[in-house]
Write a protein that binds this ligand. Structure first.
Ligand SMILES: [Zn+2]
Ligand SMILES: [Zn+2]
Length: 114
């Protein structure tokens, strides 16, 4: 029989996988993608730890909230373009529609004058 059982399961950050991977659902600050582990505490002393089965979580750098990445709004878009934005500023060949270096006068793919 359990009595005077002072303890419980805690979740804590085991290691940081990626800093600034998301934003906090509570305060909107940048949050780190972290691997969490569960800690069994007995009389406030950690007696056992094991990896959490829930996968990576996000940990707010400001308020310390742990939450699943699916709850986070996407992080601000990275600087590097994913292709679509680059296409808008790149020149394309008008006959074969391939992206060309701006310095080209003739398309190296089909030979058309640009
Ligand atoms: Zn927060
Ligand atoms: Zn071409």
């Amino acid at each position: 029989m359990f009595f005077f059982f002072v303890g419980g399961l805690d979740q804590r950050v085991a290691r940081v996988l990626q800093t600034g991977a998301g934003r906090c659902v509570r305060c909107g600050s940048l949050s780190d993608l972290v691997e969490t582990e569960k800690v069994l505490k007995l009389f406030f002393v950690p007696v056992k730890t094991w990896p959490s089965k829930t996968g990576p979580s996000l940990s707010c750098t400001n308020c310390g909230l742990l939450f699943p990445p699916s709850l986070s709004p996407p992080p601000p878009p990275p600087r590097e373009t994913d292709g679509s934005a680059a296409d808008l500023i790149s020149r394309r060949c008008c006959s074969c529609d391939r992206v060309l270096d701006p310095g080209f006068r003739f398309c190296p793919f089909c030979g058309s004058e640009i």
